[in-house]
Design a binder for this molecule. Structure first.
Ligand code: MN
Ligand code: MN
Length: 295
């Protein structure tokens, strides 16, 4: 079962340069083949489908706790897309003013037609995310190799999206995801090493650019977020510490397992967008309704 907390992984600010086309690029990190929907659903399904877990408990605990973290990543990416879309259209209450004109030439018109200028579960080209992106073979070594590859591919996509978006808020989200995804790369590499004795961490980083070269990632590395693995559970999944132990291959720092999840930050509350043509809500009527329902 899952326990929900109404907080975000980072303190997300409103963007200085809201941009529908930057929002469209960030969609790849949401619903692309290598996006957060894919990492979330791969690890979630692999943990649900895990047979014989008691014999290899640390590997089950690893996949299950990372699955918990990925939920927070789809949340953060959604909020980042929503932030990039906020303030990009005309909020006038004149419904003849072509208020969504800016959406017409945006790369992803779903953001303006299908949603209230918010994220969709799709990629940067508007393709919906699909369960065909989930690999759950029932063979632990194969699944771990797949997850290692998935996190490396995700890292490559993040680096490219970082290079496409100019807004500091979007770059900061990508910086955070690079650090956490970087930890997942190392975690799956170490899991494969435990199973096979093949020194796979020597391949890292893939692509060959260190996270610390990106100031937005360095900020989170300085907080130790590249070496701290959270269980995303109060009491369960603690055998992950049998895999997440030793030293980080990049900087030699000590690897740490923390119970639960990071404290997080309050999520921003975005202004509503009036262009759907909904009638103005009468505050007196709302107060009257509330009195009837809750008194
Ligand atoms: Mn992630
Ligand atoms: Mn990940």
């Amino acid at each position: 079962m899952i326990y929900k907390v109404d907080r975000l992984g980072i303190d997300l600010k409103m963007p200085a340069n809201p941009s529908p086309n930057s929002a469209a690029a960030v969609q790849e990190l949401m619903g692309g083949k290598f996006g957060e929907m894919s990492t979330l659903m791969n690890y979630t399904m692999q943990s649900f489908n895990f047979r014989g877990r008691n014999k290899v408990r640390p590997f089950y605990d690893l996949i299950a706790s990372i699955a918990g973290e990925e939920y927070g990543h789809i949340e953060l990416v959604s909020y980042t897309i929503n932030a990039l879309l906020t303030g990009t259209t005309n909020r006038s209450d004149d419904n003849t003013a072509t208020r969504l004109e800016n959406g017409r030439d945006a790369r992803n018109t779903y953001h303006f037609i299908a949603t209230g200028q918010t994220a969709v579960v799709g990629d940067s080209m508007g393709n919906p995310w699909t369960g065909a992106n989930v690999f759950s073979s029932g063979n632990l070594q194969l699944d771990l190799l797949h997850n290692f590859f998935l996190e490396c591919g995700a890292r490559a996509n993040k680096l490219r999206v970082y290079d496409m978006v100019d807004d500091p808020v979007a770059k900061r989200t990508v910086g955070y995801l690079l650090v956490r995804g970087g930890l997942h790369v190392v975690a799956y590499a170490k899991a494969i090493e435990k199973l096979s004795n093949v020194p796979i961490t020597k391949l890292l980083p893939i692509p060959k650019i260190e996270n610390e070269k990106y100031p937005e990632a360095k900020e989170f590395m300085d907080m130790g977020l590249h070496r701290t693995l959270y269980t995303y559970s109060q009491d369960d999944f603690q055998e992950v510490a049998k895999i997440w132990t030793g030293h980080h291959p990049d900087d030699g720092s000590e690897l740490v397992v923390e119970k639960g999840m990071p404290e997080g930050f309050p999520a921003p509350d975005f202004e509503d967008e009036p262009q759907l043509g909904a009638p103005e809500i009468d505050p007196d009527m709302l107060a009257d309704l509330a009195k009837k329902m809750f008194s």
